[in-house]
Ligand binder design. Structure first.
Ligand code: BES
Ligand code: MN
Ligand code: MN
Length: 459
């Protein structure tokens, strides 16, 4: 990589950080309809920044939901084409009172940039744009062809992106897909993520008597909807942390001894994790390490339970209704539709007497895993090493980016998940932030990467 590129990045650092702050000021919360206009504003902002970077054919493409932003630069004849995916939407910000500075008023403290979306994923999208801008401005050309596809519905499960990819697969055609939306292993330890978990989700609604009842008049005569729900939920997991839904583990691929060893070599301390999370003990499926349980084992979690009396004091009531929201993290080769069906079957079988249960399916996404030997992954490892001075490790991750599997399946693309976030940067939580160290190094790593990629993927 040429010094002029580095120079451009250094000279414009202040300006670029201010631009990123403008991006972060837009409350592009995809989940809340009230922010629909702001989500579009963020899309338009993204489009403008692509144009400014020198991208061509920039478009804000409408979908039945929030728009997708596209832009390309395709003048590197005979060179590989990279598709860069990311998301400009962000998670809701509640609880607002726990933010030290407001979520949409970006501020820098201790070399960290605080704002909703700073790390997940606006900050990481931004360094991709600026890496291309830096190379183009410094050299007048790029070592690869590039297509950006930045969406606005990732945080709600990308409901419209699968059909979008299907429809646009010619327009999006590329040799490799590159995404920065995953954390590094820890500070100073870059990681290339080789697998993500999938997801399925279910809302459970329990109905007992026609309305709330006086527990003196009717207690002992009818089923209590909350008891019934709790009994039902309790039947889904045993004391050893195993999910007791019939068939749940049937398609789960066992971890190979090599993978097991590779995980051990990452030397992640469970003791440290315990302290960090302030729990008395870690917990999960028996027979697996915490790392294995979060990366390559499936889970079922209750995300919320509500119903009955919530006010001050006592109310002698038998609640008529009870509700729960559950999600499962899935691993290869589990299928979200199949798992949801198994859960529904379980619910039918184990519903306690005296109530009716209805279920509603929500978001889903398939799990994904890739071998580490693709040259595009190896080139990523090399680029990290050039900038961070330490080789990148190969990890899996427990989070989900639903469209990754879609790109891989529909377009047959190899996927490089090279992230610059940190697991401690409060993704989805109050005080989300992005370490400026990784903003700077990430930007340079990406600049390096496009040259490395050109070298290894020469056609
Ligand atoms: N960037 C995350 C995905 C992620 C987080 C990958 C941590 C690896 C480690 C992404 O924005 C995200 O939050 N995805 C959601 C998807 C869901 C809403 C369908 C998730 O994982 O909960
Ligand atoms: Mn993300
Ligand atoms: Mn997220």
């Amino acid at each position: 990589m040429n010094d002029s590129i580095r120079q451009y990045v250094t000279d414009n650092r202040e300006t670029h950080l201010n631009e990123l702050k403008e991006f972060l000021k837009i409350p592009s919360i995809s989940a809340i309809s009230q922010y629909k206009g702001d989500v579009r504003k963020a899309a338009e902002w993204t489009a403008e920044s692509l144009k400014k970077a020198g991208m061509e054919n920039v478009e804000v493409i409408d979908t039945p939901g929030h728009p997708v932003v596209y832009g390309d630069w395709l003048k590197a004849e005979g060179k590989p084409t990279v598709l860069i995916y990311g998301h400009y939407d962000v998670q809701p910000v509640d609880p607002l009172e726990l933010w030290e500075t407001p979520p949409f008023e970006p501020s820098i403290r201790n070399e960290k940039l605080y704002a909703r979306g700073a790390s997940d994923d606006k900050g990481q999208v931004f360094i991709h744009v600026k890496a291309m801008e830096a190379i183009l401005k410094a050299e007048g050309t790029l070592p690869v062809n590039v297509k950006f596809c930045i969406e606005g519905e990732e945080e709600i499960g990308s409901p419209n992106l699968d059909p979008f990819v299907e429809e646009m697969k010619e327009k999006l055609a590329a040799d490799v897909l590159v995404i920065s939306d995953t954390p590094m292993l820890e500070k100073g330890k870059p990681a290339i993520c080789t697998g993500l978990r999938g997801l399925c989700s279910l809302q459970i609604d329990v109905k007992g008597a026609k309305g709330d009842l006086h527990s003196g008049l009717y207690g002992g005569a009818v089923q209590n909807s909350l008891h019934a729900l709790i009994q039902l939920l309790a039947s889904m997991r045993n004391e050893d942390g195993q999910i007791t839904i019939d068939g749940f583990y049937d398609r789960v691929k066992a971890l190979s001894p090599e993978e097991k060893e590779a995980f051990q070599k990452l030397d992640q301390s469970e003791e440290k994790l315990k302290e960090e999370l302030e729990v008395s003990e870690l917990f999960g499926e028996k027979g697996f390490t915490a790392l294995e349980r979060t990366w390559v084992r499936p889970t079922l979690e209750i995300n919320g339970v509500y119903g009955g009396f919530q006010g001050e004091g006592v109310k002698t009531v038998i609640p008529s209704e009870a509700h729960a929201k559950i999600t499962c993290r899935l691993v290869p080769d589990q299928d979200p539709e199949e798992i949801v069906a198994l859960i529904e079957k379980h619910i039918e079988k184990y519903t306690p007497p005296g109530v009716t249960v209805t279920t509603t399916r929500h978001d889903s996404g398939r799990p994904f895993a890739t071998p580490i030997d693709h040259p595009a992954l190896q080139a990523a490892a090399k680029s990290y090493e050039a900038v961070y001075g330490t080789p990148a490790v190969y990890t899996r991750m427990g989070g989900s980016i639903p469209v990754v599997e879609t790109f891989n399946r529909i377009m047959g693309l190899p996927v490089v998940l090279m992230g610059f976030g940190l697991p401690t940067e409060n993704f989805h939580a109050p005080n989300e932030h992005f370490h400026l160290e990784n903003y700077d190094k990430g930007l340079l790593t990406l600049c390096h990467y496009w040259f490395e990629l050109e070298a290894v993927m020469k056609r």
